[in-house]
Design a protein around this ligand. Sequence first.
Ligand SMILES: [Zn+2]
Length: 348
Amino acid sequence: MQFKDIVGQRDVINRLTEIIDSGRVSHAQLILGPTEDGSLQMALAYLQYLCCTDRQHHTTGDLRADSCGTCPSCKKISQLMHPDLHLFFPNAANSRVKKDPSCAEFQQEFHDFVLEHNGLATLDDWYESLGIENKQGLINVRDAADIVQSLSLKSYEGGWKMVVVWMAEKMNDQTANELLKTLEEPSPGTVILLVAESDERLLETIRSRVQTVRLVPTGSSRDTALAEQFGPMLVAWLRLLFKLKMKELSNQVETMAALGREQQKLFLQYTLGVMRGCFLSSAAGIPYSIGSGDEKFDAMFPRMITQENIEAIEQALSEAIFAIERNAYSKIALMELSFRMSKALKKK
Ligand SMILES: [Zn+2]
C-alpha cells in the first residue's frame, strides 16, 4: 500500500511522512477514522513508508513523499508478508475454529481479506467472510499476549517490529489492560498502530498512551475528494477524446497509466460515476455537477451523454476496469478505452 493509493487525506499523509523523515517516529499511535475513509490503508502505507529503503520525495503533485513500492521491504509489506509485521483484528469462533479463537488462527484469512479489498472493507464484511454468523468479534486476552510476544521477539529483518491492531475498539478491558505496559514502554525499534473508527470505546488509559492521528472524514464527501483528485485529469482526457490528437492523447494515457493499478481503477470508477450522473442530468433533468473545478466544462459536458451513447460508454469503462483488475497491460487497455469512448462521445 502506497500513500498515493489512498483517496484524499493529503495533509495527514504529508504530516506523517515529514515526521518519519525527521526520525521522530512515535512508538504507539492511534489512527482514527472509518475503514472506508482509509484508516487501515493509512496504517499499512505508513509502515511501508517507514521501512522503505528508497523513499521517493516529490517536487510536484499533492504528496510530498511516498514509499517506492518496489524495494524488497515495500513488496513484503504490500503483500502482508513482512516477517516483522503482525496484524491483529476482531475474531470469533467459526465452523473451522470452534474453540479459543485468536488472531493467530485466522492470519491467512485476514491477509487474503485485506488484500482482496485493498484495505477498505468494513468490519461487517470481515465478519461475513469469517463466517462467525451473529457472534460479535473480539480482540481477546489471548491476542494481547500474542501482541506482547511478537514485540518482544528479535526483529527478523533487523528493522522495525510492527504491530497493527485493526478495530482496536474491539479490545475488551482485559485485553486493553494487558497492553498498557507495552504501549507505555515499548521495546526499542517497535511501532504499534491502533486503528479505530471511534475512540469513545477505547479506555482512557489507552488513549492517553498513544499519539492520535485523526483522518479527515470523507464519508459522503468521498465524491468530493475523488473529484478533487481526479477531476482535472478527467477533463484533460475527455477534451482530448473530442479532438483525438494522437500524440497528445498518447501522452495523456501515459500519465494515466503511471497512476498504478489501484489508482487507475479508482479513476475509471470515478469516471463511470460521472458519466452516469451526466446521463441522469441530460436525460431526466436531475441536477448534477461534475465538480471538476472547470466550470465551463462542467456546464457543457453533461449534455454530451445521452441515450445514444451511455450504454457504450458504460460498457467500455466496465471492461477497462475488468481488464486492469486482470493485470492487462494498462497502457493498451487505456488506449483502447480512449478510442471506444471517443467514438461513443461523437454519437450523442
Ligand atoms: Zn520501498
